[in-house]
Design a protein around this ligand. Structure first.
Ligand code: HEC
Length: 387
């Protein structure tokens, strides 16, 4: 009991795993409880021999993991379902299945990090660094190839002579007296080490800076980031209009593009001929484009019943004799060029789509001007089909 002579503990060294496990059992049975065993590797059955209860570190992991998981769930609820609701793919704002991966990850992360911190700070008592066993011959042996046990003076049953004879009777190779270190605390860093760190940090950052910012700009390295060029919208002192962004030279034709030859001509004497074959797909597309672009002014069936309520001059019906007699090329010309109050649609509608609209207008005209002979024809067809 007496901590005289600054004695910390009595230690013994054994040379086989079986002997140290026997020794631990015996020490426990004798009623000592302030003792510990040091071995170079984990020994099966040692926990039981020493009478250790299971480690408390699992609780740290459990509670911190649960805390992490519930915290992040709450956080996601707050950000995504409460504070800043975003509608994503028709999911509810609190979309639990989508939150599971993140919850799982954060549970693991917080559990693992807090376990690590708890082990170091709580269980291993870092930064406490002057354990009496440090630097002793005992510790140097048991961390290599021998097995050691020690009983500290804090044990109520501590009796130096008795313990030594107990260890001897158990077959100890040697026994040792461990004294408390004279020094209360060892400093974590000594000056030389700190200076060394500063030297290394300054050296690496300094040489990196020199390499990347100076050395690599010495000729012949000329870097492409310093190019003589204009960036968009930059002023130019070279051109008279001071614009660096130039428009194409007059008459420039884009590759693969044939310009419309009658652009700007109000009453062309000749027009293009229709290059399309009115298939079902093409007519469907023409219908779609007609309803989008033409129907607001000309009506859904081209009867001149504008849907714009007079916001714009009404487009005329497209079922007049005049327009029925127009060639396809003329209709195409009017869409492409516009006519009086009607704007040009060459920028909104592609060439192919414009022809499809022309074909669809023909369908509308035929449908609105059906003749009796059409019915007869259909009848004939259906009888020949045997219906
Ligand atoms: C913003 C309303 C508006 C839209 C949209 C519009 N038009 Fe017109 N359209 C007019 C007006 C107004 C006129 C009469 C122009 C005039 O006085 O010559 C007209 C004239 C026409 C004519 C000539 C009629 C004639 O008697 O010479 C045709 C053909 C025509 N439109 C077809 C179309 C087609 C096809 C579309 C869809 C690509 C379309 N329009 C879209 C307003 C429109």
């Amino acid at each position: 009991m007496a901590r005289s002579n600054n004695l910390h503990s009595v230690a013994a060294i054994f040379d086989t795993p079986n002997k140290i496990i026997k020794a631990a059992e015996k020490v426990r049975d004798e009623g000592y409880n302030k003792f510990d065993v040091n071995t170079p590797y984990p020994l099966h059955g040692m926990d039981k021999a020493m009478g250790l209860s299971s480690s408390k570190v699992g609780f740290v992991t459990l509670f911190c993991g649960l805390f992490g998981g519930s915290f992040i769930l709450l956080f996601m609820w707050w950000t995504l379902a409460k504070n800043y609701q975003l509608f994503i793919g028709g999911k509810p704002f609190f979309a639990l299945p989508a939150f599971i991966p993140i919850t799982f990850e954060i549970t693991v992360l917080i559990g693992a990090v807090s376990t690590f911190i708890a082990l170091i700070a709580v269980f291993f008592k870092l930064p406490f660094n002057n354990h009496p066993l440090h630097d002793t011959d005992y510790m140097k042996t048991v961390s290599v190839d021998k097995y050691g046990i020690y009983i500290t003076t804090e044990d109520p049953k501590f009796d130096k002579e008795k313990i030594i004879s107990l260890f001897k009777s158990l077959g100890a190779v040697s026994t040792d007296l461990i004294y408390l270190p004279k020094q209360e605390k060892f400093s974590m860093f000594n000056l030389k080490f700190v200076l060394f760190l500063i030297f290394v940090a300054a050296g690496t950052s300094g040489s990196t800076y020199l390499l990347l910012n100076k050395l690599m700009y010495i000729t012949p390295f000329d870097w492409m980031e310093f190019q003589e060029k204009y960036t968009p919208q930059e002023t130019s002192l070279f051109f008279g209009d001071r614009r660096s962004m130039r428009t194409p030279v007059d008459g420039t034709v884009a590759k693969g593009f044939i310009p419309y030859p009658y652009k700007g001509i109000a009453n062309p004497t000749e027009v293009l001929s229709n290059p399309t074959i009115p298939t079902e797909d093409l007519l469907k597309m023409g219908k779609k484009k007609y309803l989008t672009f033409c129907s607001p002014c000309h009506g859904n069936f081209a009867e001149g019943d504008s849907r714009l309520n007079g916001q714009f001059p009404n487009g005329p019906t497209l079922h007049s004799d005049k327009i029925i007699k127009y060639s396809d090329g003329m209709l195409y010309h009017i869409i492409t060029n516009g006519q009086n109050a009607m704007p040009a649609y060459d920028l909104q509608i592609t060439r192919h789509e414009r022809w499809a609209i022309v074909d669809y207008i023909r369908v509308l005209q035929r449908a609105k001007n059906a003749k009796n002979s059409d019915l007869v024809e259909i009848k004939k067809e259906s009888t020949t089909n045997g219906q």
